[in-house]
Design a protein around this ligand. Structure first.
Ligand code: FAD
Length: 380
């Protein structure tokens, strides 16, 4: 493997949806020399494992900073889809049909009534449907449905196409992408970052963005460390031709996501299983049990694929975004947990703005890396 050496204006570590989106936004803001370093191949981890749902409203029980961030990012998707189609010819299959959230028991129904109340009083788009109305809209859903919420603005994107489009876009914009390249450590001198050391050589840079997903904390041993850990999610891919549903069907325990090519994704699990990206019998059993509760007709569909991915979760479950107060030139774009596809467009805008215009948006303040300490995280 050829060694790499030299310097870059900005180094971005990680070629998932976050690193690719940040690199693209930097290049579009005129940064000439952006270098993206990816340990494996681009999009090979969580970003390809995801369901591609863009659902800030579906599970939100109040209007907080995270909700504001998530809604803004979702609303950037139509323009992002149009730009990526122009730049690369790739359709990222942004499907704006909307999402149905099912109540499958009385307790679920109490929850959806409350969600309906606060979201309608906040002026958000949401409809409360009877069981009959929900089944008229999507006949595949269970007869046991108590009622449903329809979220017309909570939509979905084909995240693997998104990753491919972003990778093509950054190449066209002149970003230097090095795959099979592992960043072994950040080089920090005093209170400033001066570059990175990789398995293929060192790169000098005054600006480094850590977007290494579930592995981010390994790189942040001498910096404020958000203790990002992997939360495994498994997925079952069924085939349904014609497609079973037009909406994304969500419930408190499982979901179905229809793709244009006839794939129907059933997800997911949420497991603390370290870095073992395994598909397990128990995981698949639990996903199918919940998928059958949502839609009993799923039982006749063939299973065509299964996979697992590692969601990057920070210690407090919130994203970690923005400049590091302690170390000049170090930026964080990690900890996106269950919402990295949703948050990618706004993350890219805000991080690139902070780097290029040196303006840190107030939207970033609640997610600053400075809320974490630089003391090593002690595990018990
Ligand atoms: C089953 C499942 C379903 C999901 N569904 C949704 C959904 O519907 N909607 C949604 O918004 N989100 C969803 N998510 C979450 C979403 O996938 C993640 O939040 C998002 O992909 C995180 O993106 P990332 O770029 O930070 O991480 P990743 O995609 O994991 O990318 C990080 C990259 O960094 C690289 N890397 C790590 N360490 C190094 C190093 N030292 N040097 C170089 N490279 C390195 C890795 O190889 C990897 O490619 C889901 C996740 C899972 C697992």
């Amino acid at each position: 493997m050829a060694s790499i050496k030299g310097s870059a204006d900005v180094v971005v570590i990680g070629g998932g949806v976050i690193g690719l989106s940040v690199a693209r936004a930097l290049a579009r803001r005129g940064v000439r020399d952006v270098c993206l370093l990816e340990r494996s191949s681009v999009g090979s981890e969580a970003s390809s494992a995801a369901g591609g749902m863009l659902l800030p409203q579906v599970e939100a029980d109040g209007h907080d900073d995270f909700f504001a961030l998530a809604c803004r990012s979702r609303d950037l998707y139509p323009s992002l889809a149009a730009e990526l189609r122009d730049e690369t010819g790739i359709d990222i299959e942004l499907d704006t049909t909307g999402t149905l959230y099912l109540a499958l028991n009385e307790h679920d129904y109490e929850d959806i009534e409350q969600r309906y109340q606060w979201q309608t009083s906040a002026g958000l788009a949401v409809e409360l449907l009877t069981s009959a109305a929900a089944r008229a809209l999507e006949p595949c859903i269970s007869e046991a449905t108590f009622g449903a919420l329809r979220f017309p603005k909570d939509i979905q994107v084909e995240n693997r196409r998104l990753v491919t489009a972003l990778a093509n876009s950054v190449n066209a914009l002149g970003v230097k992408t090095f795959t099979e390249t592992t960043v072994e450590k950040l080089v920090i001198e005093g209170h400033r970052i001066t570059g990175v050391q990789t398995n293929r050589g060192s790169i000098n840079s005054q600006t480094v963005v850590v977007a290494a997903g579930a592995w981010s904390s390994f790189l942040l041993q001498s910096a404020p460390n958000p203790a990002v850990t992997p939360v495994r999610g498994q997925m079952v891919c069924l085939e349904s031709k014609p497609q079973l549903t037009k909406h994304v069907i969500f419930s408190p325990r499982g979901y179905l996501v229809p793709r244009q090519d006839g794939r129907l994704l059933a997800g997911s699990t949420s497991e603390n299983a370290g870095f073992a990206r395994l598909v397990t019998a128990g995981g698949i059993a639990s996903i199918l049990r919940h998928a059958l509760q949502v839609s009993p007709v799923v039982k006749d569909l063939p299973i065509v694929d299964t996979w697992a991915g590692l969601r990057p979760r920070a210690a407090d479950g919130l994203p970690v975004l923005g400049p590091c107060g302690e170390i000049d030139g170090l930026f964080y774009a990690t900890g996106h947990y269950r919402n990295g596809i949703l948050l990618a467009p706004l993350t890219a805008e805000l991080i690139s703005e902070a780097i290029v215009a040196r303006v840190t948006s107030p939207l970033l303040a609640p997610f600053s890396p400075d809320r974490f300490s630089s003391q090593p995280v002690v595990s018990v």
